[in-house]
Every structure is written in structure tokens, then in C-alpha cells.
Design a protein around this ligand. Structure first.
Ligand SMILES: Nc1ncnc2c1ncn2[C@@H]1O[C@H](COP(=O)(O)OP(=O)(O)O)[C@@H](O)[C@H]1O
Ligand SMILES: [Mg+2]
Length: 247
């Protein structure tokens, strides 16, 4: 076997559901690491609901912008599908072959050429990707630990524990969870969620990001990126994600 370039560390960002803020959190992390001087690779291995599949979808484009990532489109966003459905279902309807091995190889290429790689899954862990393979299988094949993004709303304790415990049952390493979109005036359920989850989830709470009021996605990313180093959990986030120090 030939000696290969070592693989950079990275994280697979999953969520308790679609729409919980995976893209914004992944992009804010990417922006923060870029601001630390790191060369950050981003990847959206499967994006559905893409208006024009000849071009990158909005998630991939936002991640690429946030990270200032110049990697080729075939690695950053290899699978783009028009229908807003789970990837395996959209692919079947659009007669597109999902090359699971190629998605994993793209991730490895990014890890050989960047300091840290952030991959955003589609939907949650149990979303079908190709045949019987789920998003969880992709995270496993990519050999990346999970970061679980969750909502602050009532119901999040159940959804977050379901996600974390399922991952652990499948022997997928979970490096923590992050509550996204906490309003300035949380209701009682939202106010209790961080403490309850921190004590129940058997993985670390890596942060609570505020809800930011802005119509522009890029400005939201910038605002969230500014919140990251101010988190009281920042040291834990840093340690668990394990991004390299840049002098
Ligand atoms: N912290 C936040 N503050 C304000 N809006 C947010 C926040 N997080 C996510 N959103 C908004 O919620 C929607 C879904 O977020 P997104 O990151 O696309 O979720 P996902 O990637 O999990 O589907 C987007 O319109 C996004 O701008
Ligand atoms: Mg997304």
C-alpha cells in the first residue's frame, strides 16, 4: 500500500430533523475556523430540492462561501437533485445513480487537502440515501464523528435523545449536540431544554446559539459565527471537534 496524505479531522453535521439549522451552524463553524486561519473544506454530499441541478444548491453554496472553499464542485456537492425529497427517493424518481463510494472518496479527497472538513448531511440520520443505505451509513463510511444540531422547542428532548441514542447504538461517535435558534425570550420549554439535554443526552452540550433576526442568510451566518467564540461551552466545542491550532 502506498503512503497516503494523512486525513484531516472533520465533523459530520446531522440534525434532529430537516430545517433545524444544520446549514447555518455548519456554515458558522466553517466561517469561524476560516477566521482562525484554517483551510476549511466543506461538503454537502447530497442536496435535494435544488432548482437547477447543473449548479450547486443553496446549502452547498452557503457552506462554500462561509468557508471560502475552492475545492471542486464534484467534491463539495457531488449529488444534486431537483425534487425536495429524501435523496434515495429523489434519485430514483430522477433516474440518478447514487454512487455511495464516490461520495466517501470525495470526502477523503477534501480531508487530504484541507485542515478541517465539515460535512452537512441531508435531513436527519435515518434519511435514506441509496438503496438500504442511510445518512448514518454515510457518516460511518466517511469515518467522521457526529455533531447533532437540534431545536430549542418543546419536543427537542425527545428528538435529540432519539438521535444521539440511535447513533450510539450504531457505534457512531457523537462529539456533542448544539441547540440552535434560541429566541431572546424563550418560553418555559425552551429555557429548560439545555439543562435537561445536558444531563440526559450522554454527550456534551457544545453550545446554544441564538436566533438571529435577519432576512439575509449570509448575514445570519456571520452573526452566528460571531457567537461561537463567545459561547460558555467554547472550550468543550474546541476540544471535541479537535480542529488544529493555527499559529
Ligand atoms: N440561529 C438562527 N437564527 C435565525 N434563523 C435561523 C437560525 N438557524 C436557522 N435559521 C433559519 O431556519 C431555516 C432552516 O435553517 P437551515 O440551516 O437551512 O436548516 P437545515 O440545514 O437543518 O435544513 C433557514 O431559513 C435559516 O435561515
Ligand atoms: Mg441544510
Amino acid at each position: 500500500m502506498s503512503a497516503e496524505q494523512p486525513l484531516a479531522p472533520g465533523i459530520f453535521v446531522t440534525g434532529t430533523d430537516t430545517g433545524v439549522g444544520k446549514t447555518l451552524v455548519a456554515a458558522a463553524l466553517a466561517r469561524h475556523l476560516r477566521d482562525q486561519g484554517l483551510k476549511v473544506g466543506v461538503m454537502k454530499p447530497a442536496e435535494t430540492g435544488v432548482d437547477d441541478p447543473t449548479r450547486e444548491g443553496s446549502d452547498a453554496a452557503l457552506l462554500r462561501w462561509a468557508a471560502d472553499c475552492r475545492a471542486p464542485g464534484e467534491d463539495v456537492a457531488p449529488l444534486r437533485l431537483r425534487r425536495p425529497l429524501a435523496p434515495s427517493i429523489a434519485a430514483e424518481k430522477e433516474k440518478v445513480f447514487v454512487d455511495f463510494g464516490a461520495l466517501v472518496e470525495s470526502c477523503r479527497r477534501l480531508r487530504r487537502t484541507h485542515d478541517f472538513v465539515i460535512v452537512e448531511g441531508a435531513g436527519g440520520l435515518m434519511v435514506p440515501l441509496a438503496g438500504g443505505l442511510l445518512m448514518a451509513d454515510l457518516a460511518r463510511a466517511m469515518e467522521l464523528p457526529l455533531l447533532v444540531v437540534c431545536r430549542p422547542h418543546l419536543g427537542t428532548i425527545n428528538h435529540t435523545l432519539l438521535t444521539v441514542f440511535s447513533a450510539q447504538t450504531m457505534n457512531l461517535p457523537v462529539h456533542g449536540f448544539l441547540i440552535n435558534g434560541m429566541p431572546h425570550e424563550p418560553d418555559e420549554a425552551m429555557a429548560e431544554a439545555p439543562h435537561a439535554l445536558a444531563s440526559l443526552a450522554s454527550t456534551d452540550l457544545l453550545g446554544v446559539l441564538d436566533r438571529v433576526e435577519d432576512a439575509d442568510e449570509r448575514r445570519k451566518v456571520e452573526a452566528l459565527a460571531r457567537q461561537i467564540p463567545a459561547l460558555p461551552t467554547y472550550r468543550t466545542l474546541r476540544r471535541n471537534l479537535g480542529w488544529p491550532e493555527k499559529s
